[in-house]
Design a protein around this ligand. Structure first.
Ligand code: ADP
Ligand code: TRP
Length: 348
């Protein structure tokens, strides 16, 4: 098998998956799993979770919950290697070797690092600084060339490419330079009307486990405007929109809601609402009701599968154990090769 045809992705064990994770990352994981030319590896990034403040009991629960979410959305252990990062020690070992070609300055300047330091000023740790190196190790350990992740992960992939280049130059390894695999929903906006949907922002997300009532409730809190005004096309790709109502105020909340409409109800529905906005006006109550139903229809089969999995803990245990075994088989080979090339082993 051509190793550049390997795919790896991961999600931190910080809670239940939301629509952003699903559309931005999981849909890509599913698409690549279905494509025979790829060997797919999907992990729970539980070690990454300890880089920001966390609760030990919650982590213990969440690292398993994410595996259950993976299985519920259709990741299949017959086709993909599904595992927990911490079960494969080689991730940590390779991360240390990779840190030898990575400067502190480069890591300190990553926007993702700066954001997290701003968020947790008391927690400016070495683990946080090392986050992108560990992520590079996750990917390079399997020599994966393709990484299904959302747009926000681009700086980390850029760092991984640079690390791969340096390792190849300095030590003669053959790491591919990994690129992201994009999906249609690579940026799912927040329900608060600002920024992206995220687990760490209350009121911003809809979880895959939410029932119809909860989805309705969450959507009802999303900010709107008077429903009538001008729509301006913006952005290089001409795909973004600005909604300016009669009072002259721009509403990011409305732009976000219509992005969700497009993702769950299609482009035609979105176009219809845009025409309404510039004509008779949008009735947000109805829009939110229809959107809630459309979202729930996609989530219902996932929730059904989840209930089946929860009733069969032995199966989940087996998936976790077998996934780690399969991942380790590949991981030990890469680490052995790196040790030899870096002079930490005699050539056999
Ligand atoms: P969160 O920001 O909610 O904690 P993670 O950082 O664990 O989510 O992200 C896991 C995966 O989901 C990553 O690939 C990330 O790019 C993707 N992702 C997270 N939020 C979004 C979003 N709002 N839109 C698209 N993709 C997202
Ligand atoms: N940094 C990713 C996130 O916040 C999670 C992650 C860790 C990851 N290791 C990875 C994603 C390797 C892709 C590949 O979502």
């Amino acid at each position: 098998m051509n190793p550049t045809k390997r795919v790896l992705s991961g999600i931190r064990a910080t809670g239940r998956l939301h629509l952003g994770n699903y559309l931005g990352a999981v849909k890509g994981m599913l698409a690549l799993q279905a494509d025979e030319q790829y060997q797919t590896l999907y992990m729970v990034a539980d070690v990454h979770t300890i880089t920001t403040p966390y609760d030990v009991e919650e982590l213990r629960r969440n690292r398993r919950e994410v595996i259950i979410d993976y299985l519920a959305v259709g990741l299949d252990p017959e086709r993909s290697i599904i595992f927990q990062q911490s079960e494969v020690n080689q991730h940590l070992e390779l991360a240390f070797y990779l840190s030898a070609v990575t400067t502190i300055g480069k890591m300190q300047h990553l926007p993702t690092f700066k954001d997290k330091v701003k968020q947790y000023p008391q927690h400016n740790t070495m683990a946080l600084l090392n986050y992108p190196i560990l992520m590079a190790a996750d990917i390079l350990l399997y020599k994966a060339g393709l990484v299904p992740v959302g747009k926000d992960q681009e700086p980390h992939l850029e760092a991984a490419r640079e690390i791969a280049r340096r390792m190849n130059q300095d030590y003669g390894t053959d790491f591919p330079e990994p690129v992201s695999f994009k999906t249609e929903g690579d940026y799912v906006p927040s329900l608060t009307g600002e920024g992206k949907m995220s687990k760490s922002v209350e009121g911003s997300y809809i979880n895959l486990t939410d029932d119809l009532e909860t989805i309705q409730h969450r959507l009802s809190a999303a900010p709107t405007d008077s429903g009538q005004g001008k729509v301006e096309v913006v952005g290089d790709d001409q795909k973004s929109r600005r909604f300016v109502d009669q009072s002259g105020a721009e509403s990011e909340g409305v732009a976000n809601l219509l992005s969700l409409v497009e993702l769950f109800e299609g482009e035609d529905k979105r176009n219809k609402y845009e025409a309404d906005y510039q004509g008779a006006g949008i009735r947000y109550g109805e829009l939110k009701q229809d959107l809630a139903v459309a979202i729930y229809e996609q989530l219902e089969p996932i929730q059904q599968k989840r209930r089946e999995l929860e009733a069969d803990p032995g199966y989940v245990d087996r998936v976790i154990a077998e996934g780690a075994d399969k991942a380790r088989q590949i991981a030990v080979e890469t680490v052995e090769e790196v040790r030899q090339k870096m002079g930490l082993r005699q050539w056999q």
